[in-house]
Every structure is written in structure tokens, then in C-alpha cells.
Design a protein around this ligand. Structure first.
Ligand SMILES: *Cc1c(COP(=O)(O)O)cnc(C)c1O
Length: 240
């Protein structure tokens, strides 16, 4: 058994080992799965340490906090090639700063939000990569389109000029049983394949978090969003 290094280096190594093992367990290539580090609530210096371990894609949930972090990196570390994903609930009055800074928005769940992001994406930037958020378990507390609406809604989003639709994102109801975790992920994989069969050319299925990403990978996830297993437990005490 290897001895894990303390701190973020050891945690990233542990997550990477789990991703490799999950891919191996279902005959997938490690290169098919992107590891997105969810840095919400953690300061820029924690993100910088994560960059030091080789991570380059980061997920943020709150518009103000996320935009501040993107700006901090552009100002202080313009040499770093980082990719920023907005993954949290997005209100229509917050779309502009997000459209002006982020590379991806994973939480597109209403046409109005998609239209605003498209019209507010600056001309000088590449199209904004977006994912349609699907409320796969139909939970009241979660946003996202229903599985039944997902493919038709994806088609509408794909038609917007300054967006590039890449796929779907989902956050299933919390569940600790590895077998039961697979049901919603299988539903998502079916929708993903269905959309592609209709010609949408999607390449990203964002599903799986610290507690369930192995199950997600076995069901076809191409991007896992991992927060606490990388950065440690979050403290929501200051403002959120
Ligand atoms: C916070 C968050 C994550 C990461 O959750 P962990 O359980 O800490 O890995 C992933 N996706 C979304 C949308 C989140 O809000």
C-alpha cells in the first residue's frame, strides 16, 4: 500500500487513483474522463495549489465568487491556461459577468438563460461551451429540465449563435449505495445517446461528484466534478 502525502497533493492523488480504477473496471480509457476540480468556497491560493498538482479545469457555483477568482488568475497568473466552468444556479441578472469570463456554463436550464448567455458572450471570445442541466430524479429542490424535455430543449440551445452545446449535466439525489447510484446515470447516458442519434454531436456527459463518481464513470460519464475529495470539507460559514 502506498502512503498518501498529506494535504491537497495526497487528496488529488487519491482521486486520480479512483478515476483510473473506475475506468479500468469498465474497460474505458482514462483519457475519456475529465477531472473537474470544484473550487467553490475555496480561495485562489487553494486553487493555485491544485494547479501545482497538475489540475487545470475548475468549477465554480456562485457568480460573484467565481468571477472574482477568474479575474484574480487573469491578473496574477496570465501564464496559466486554466479552464473555468460555471456549475451553479444562474439567475438572469448574473448572466453577463459569467458570459464575459467563463469557458463553460454547465447549468443551462431555461431558454431565457441560454439566450442571455448567447447575446452577452463577447464577440472576441470563442463561443461559450454549455451543458443542459437535467433534473434526473425530479427533485423539487433541484433545477434542471426533465428527462422528457431534455433532447428538445438541447436542440433549442444548440441553435443559439454564441453558444456551443456540448452535452448534459446532472446532479442526482444523494445516494450512498454504489448499485443504486447507477440508475440515474444510466438514464442520462440514454438521453445522451438519443441526442447524438438525432445529430446533436454532443461530447460531454458531466456526472459524478466526490461520493459517486465511480458509478458515473461506469455509466459513461465524460466529466466528473469533484470538490470535497480534492479540497477537503467546505465551510459555508462566510457568506454563502
Ligand atoms: C459542489 C458541487 C460539486 C462537488 O461536490 P463534492 O461532493 O464536494 O465533490 C459538483 N457539482 C456541483 C454542481 C456542485 O455544486
Amino acid at each position: 500500500m502506498s502512503v498518501l502525502k498529506p494535504g491537497i497533493e495526497g487528496r488529488v492523488k487519491g482521486v486520480e487513483d479512483r478515476v483510473v480504477e473506475a475506468c479500468a473496471s469498465c474497460g474505458r480509457d482514462r483519457g475519456e474522463v475529465t477531472l473537474l476540480a470544484v473550487s467553490k468556497t475555496f480561495p485562489a491560493d487553494a486553487v493555485l495549489k491544485a494547479v501545482g498538482t497538475g489540475l487545470s479545469a475548475f468549477g465554480e457555483n456562485y457568480a460573484q465568487e467565481g468571477c472574482d477568482k477568474v479575474d484574480w488568475f487573469r491578473e496574477n497568473h496570465p501564464e496559466l491556461r486554466l479552464t473555468w466552468h460555471f456549475i451553479g444556479p444562474l439567475q438572469s441578472n448574473k448572466t453577463r459577468p459569467v458570459a464575459e469570463r467563463f469557458d463553460w456554463v454547465q447549468s443551462v436550464n431555461r431558454l431565457k438563460i441560454a439566450e442571455r448567455l448567447s447575446s452577452q458572450r463577447p464577440e472576441g471570445m470563442p463561443p461559450l461551451n454549455v451543458l443542459v442541466e437535467v433534473n434526473v430524479d425530479g427533485e423539487e429542490s433541484k433545477s434542471g429540465v426533465t428527462p422528457a424535455e431534455a433532447v428538445a430543449f438541447a436542440r433549442e440551445v444548440a441553435a443559439l449563435p454564441r453558444l456551443r452545446l456540448r452535452g448534459f449535466m446532472t446532479i442526482p439525489a444523494p445516494c450512498t449505495d454504489p448499485e443504486a447510484q447507477q440508475a440515474p446515470f444510466r438514464t442520462m447516458k440514454r438521453l445522451f445517446d438519443e441526442a447524438n442519434a438525432e445529430g446533436l454531436a454532443l461530447d460531454t456527459l458531466s456526472m459524478g461528484m466526490s461520493g459517486d463518481f465511480e458509478a458515473a464513470i461506469r455509466c459513461g460519464s465524460t466529466m466528473v466534478r469533484v470538490g470535497s475529495a480534492i479540497f477537503g470539507p467546505r465551510d459555508y460559514g462566510h457568506g454563502h
